[in-house]
Design a protein around this ligand. Sequence first.
Ligand code: SF4
Length: 638
Amino acid sequence: MALAVFDAIAERGTLIAEAGTGTGKTFAYLVPALLAGGKVLVSTGTRTLQDQVFAKDLATLIRALGLRIDAALLKGRQNYLCLQRLALAQAEGRLPSRQEATHLRAIVRFAQVTASGDRAELAEVPESAAIWPLVTSTRENCLGQECPQVEECFVYRARRAAQAADIVVVNHHLFLADLALRDDSVRDFLPASDTVVLDEAHQLPKIAADFFGTGWSLAQLADLAQDARALGLAKAAGGAAWVPLSQGIEAAARNLRLLLAESGLGIGTRIALDRCAARSTLRRGIAGVDETLVALAGAVKANAGRDVELDALAPRLAALRSEIATWIAALDEHAGQGPADPAADEGEEAEETEQRVRWIAVTAHGAQFHATPLAPGEAFARARAQQAQAWILTSATLTLAGSFAPFLAEIGLPQARTERWESPFDFQKQALLYLPRPLPSPLERDFPERVADAVWPVIAAAGGRAFVLCSTLRAVERVAARLKELMGRDGLVLPLLVQGTSTRRALLDEFRRGNAVLVGSVSFWEGIDVRGEALSVVAIDKLPFAPPDDPVVEARIRRLKALGRNPFLEYQLPEAVTLLKQGVGRLIRDERDHGVLMILDERLLGRPYGRTVLASLPAFARTRDEDVARAFFAAPAA
Ligand code: SF4
């Protein structure tokens, strides 16, 4: 793999490399990248891997190779304290709760001692604390070179360090923000690299869809209202009625939220605009928001030139209004039409040319209005074509039954060179795929209970040490309840950790202590690394197909059908298999690990595509016999 990476660097080509768990792929790309010279950018999907590559692998290799190389770690701007906004939050002094005031005091103390301004260093203020948006910056509210604090600014300092470094470790969000021209100031250094390595590349299509998409949200309106009030009062008190103006925006946002609820779009709704029956109500609410923005824009204009921060509200308002205008235009276009009929979606010519789907997500605290591209790979490929660099895309999970074709199509690089390196682990000895007889059918009403019944004997034999991954949160509850019953029945009480009862980190820390059973949803396994004996059973209730009624999934299916292609084979199946392989990859992390995988979905054996799924998994030993599965723990093969 290192030689292939070296060749790709020399040719400034593109290499798509699948390297199974345990191949040492990080070293295989870092060594040639470091030796080839030039500037290198490494991007990872998760922050965990980003920190690991920087602090562990890269540091080790630079030492071992005796290189004099400058390396830098760079995160997205929201990870660093913004000194300007911190000063504003202090000056305003109006925080909604006492807890936020406590957090603000901790942040002020932190700002005086930190060298990096990285909020991850301040453990006492939780990641989810409401104070963070007030003391970190966004592209919209950052003053950039106009900022009086730019010399001391943590964001700019980190970026300058990255600019000067030979190798920079970023994450896909930052990398794609740059490619999608979402953050102009990042442009200064990212394109200057000679080599780009994209690790965890299987995540790129999804993240690309977000970054090449556009949108706005009620949270954005709340931030804007808050900033306008604080800035107006601090910099141009008397210049306009700042408080009523910002209250107007907040009231319009609340009204829109209310209209969504009254239209039946409750918390958790994700709906495509053309499926939404209440479009005229929606238009009224959005137009109401726009009117309040117009009023604020007028006030900002009337005070132009008084203060640079206040002036910076003008482009921010303009960008938000132009995004909102596209929604009003789309709603006008649909005016008078009823909601689209999901059953009558084929052959609709308008759909065929549709390149993005507009959809609404209603959350507990707000709502987001998205326009997501349906072929994110096209934008990705265009961006790739503009860069004369070597690009290495790598991951443990890129192929479907050995074929790169679905990933290449998805990422928009059908001609790229591909290579595969199998995992060196002995899956025949180290792991067992146990498919109980009979396998439950996901269509049955008591499916979650049957899943629990089927996994319990194996969990009991292993003495816990199990992840049970379910497709829905409802299934998580039901499986957990049944497992509790079974533990009581058999007098074998193991720590039962259930998603939603504590934070993810707390559940994982508890799990690592041993002998626990963790029941979580499919999303729970991403980015989790539990090595050794603590995790010896992974049970998955269903093949993890994305819900076909999700607005983006549904629109992508419609588009592929309209193009005469096969959405199931080209999109849904490869996505599900990638996710499944990620989950399976949690089980065996090194040569000493061993464990049992269970997939409790009869479609695996009952449907033709089940063969493709099985052919995509590592070559585990296989059994349908419960005794064999239980005996695996009596006499471990590894
Ligand atoms: S330059 Fe931007 S991020 Fe930095 S302190 Fe100023 S406003 Fe904040």
